[in-house]
Design a binder for this molecule. Structure first.
Ligand code: PFF
Length: 450
């Protein structure tokens, strides 16, 4: 059997859950989920998100983990082993990892700036727009974030990140709860809670549904073979079904709390919920400034953001590194360097598209399909979250449902009938019919076809 070379080894079963949860919980939860909810009607977005999470997210999560554990291979290798004709779907996942990392590392860099900034003066004093539109400084922070990610991947993950995750992930959870409580008890917080928790169903439209679906895939690290890769490190006596609901539950918990930390504060300070990517960076430092020992809390919070971002970024760089190791027979050291170099080269125009390259649109406006003109950062985000990841999920469902077959999959999930899977029948219907059809319909409505 082909060795699962160079992706690191997890010392324990808990190590897998932590690794997978570490991949899932990241900037997508803390930075993206709140601003996406803010731009897409608040509670309506949250409601649609939860629905898609249960129907599609958990279904695809179980399918990816099952393919991974069965094949014990990386994404591309896994597809190839089960059906050579499908290898390109794994290849699309690798491309996706490059494109996501290009903007992910930029935002990771912003978090480093805020972490350092909270010592220097106070994070609340940083002019967010001034900072991200500058030509050089954000790129330096992006580079630092790239180097941190690379070092971890280069040296392997078994000891370091697994141990660190065990401390940092629970800390992040506790911190976000403290911040959420502070935010919810600010005078004037009620309007924010209302916006976040009280859905106005008239605001549902194709755009909101597509945005929510893209966010489910992004946040759960689905649709690009990341969970296939992580599933490939599992041994047979691990419970796939348990992982398939625990990881999404943890991930959603953190995202939900991030919203509770941000929206009440947004309204309490009279700011706009649809401020976009600057929401977390603009709001939370203001909340900290209202707290005793605010500087200290801000520093710890941004450290945890950096950590959450890193555990996701390494999983993305792993997908790229594993591709070069397995498919191009390049050594791990060289493979990770090629990966991170390529990523950094793509990250530079992403960062510049906030400022000096703001006018350069790599995707033109297509009004009939609700697509606005976009620069590098927005285009990579759009292409991955709203197109490639859901498409990857759609293809995975067709692959598992109809090519490899749900009987084979269920056989893997139950260890050949040894353990029970009471929802097997429902899951089969979800994989074969409901999830692929739902993803297809969301595409049609999101792009204005229906
Ligand atoms: N799930 C990560 C987050 O929410 O920040 C981002 C991500 C990681 C997406 C790994 C895709 C992936 F394969």
């Amino acid at each position: 059997m082909k060795e699962t070379v160079g992706r690191g080894r997890w010392a324990s079963k808990a190590g897998f859950v932590l690794a997978a949860a570490g991949s899932a919980v990241g900037l997508g939860n803390l930075w993206k989920f709140p601003y996406m909810a803010g731009e897409n009607g608040g509670a309506v977005f949250v409601l649609v998100y939860l629905l898609i999470l249960v129907l599609i997210g958990m279904t695809v999560m179980l399918a990816e983990l099952t393919v991974g554990r069965h094949t014990q291979l990386d994404a591309l290798g896994a597809y190839k082993k089960l059906s050579a004709k499908w290898a390109w779907v794994g290849g699309m996942g690798v491309l996706c990892a490059f494109l996501i990392m290009a903007f992910y590392t930029v935002v990771g860099g912003w978090a480093i700036k805020y972490f350092i900034g909270s010592f220097a003066s106070a994070a609340a004093n940083i002019d967010f727009v001034g900072f991200i539109t500058a030509p050089v400084e954000p790129i330096i922070y992006t580079l630092i974030f790239c180097l941190l990610t690379w070092v971890i991947v280069f040296y392997g993950i078994g000891g370091g990140i697994e141990k660190a995750s065990k401390i940092m992930m629970p800390l992040l959870f506790i911190f976000i709860i403290i911040i959420a409580i502070r935010s919810c008890t600010l005078p004037g917080a009620g309007a924010g809670l209302d916006y976040y928790l009280n859905p106005d169903l008239s605001k549902i439209n194709g755009g909101v549904i597509l945005a929510a679906m893209g966010q489910v895939f992004f946040s759960l690290s689905l649709g690009m073979g990341c969970m296939i890769t992580y599933g490939s490190y599992l041994d047979r006596n691990s419970s796939l079904t348990q992982s398939a609901w625990m990881i999404p539950a943890l991930d959603t918990g953190v995202a939900f709390l991030a919203g509770l930390a941000i929206f009440p504060a947004v309204f309490a300070f009279g700011m706009q919920p649809d401020a976009g990517p600057g929401l977390m960076f603009g709001i939370l430092p203001q909340v900290f400034a209202q707290m005793p020992a605010g500087t200290f809390f801000a520093a710890i919070f941004f450290l945890l953001v950096i950590f959450a971002a890193l555990t996701s970024a390494i999983s993305l760089l792993e997908v790229v590194t594993a591709y070069f190791v397995d498919e191009k027979a390049i050594k791990r050291s060289g493979a990770s360097i090629i990966g991170i170099l390529g990523i950094f080269i793509l990250a530079v125009p992403c960062s510049l598209s906030m400022g000096s390259l703001a006018g350069v649109h790599i995707i033109p406006e297509i009004a009939a399909m609700n697509i606005p003109a976009m620069g590098f950062f927005d285009a990579f985000d759009f292409l991955t979250s709203k197109v490639m990841l859901p498409l990857g999920g759609l293809l995975l469902c067709i692959f598992v449902g109809w090519v490899w077959g749900t009987d084979n999959a269920i056989n893997e999930i139950t260890d050949g009938g040894f353990s029970s899977f009471s929802l097997a029948g429902i899951w089969s219907v979800l994989v074969k019919f409901v999830a692929p059809i739902a993803i297809f319909l969301v595409f049609l409505s999101g792009f204005g076809v229906i």
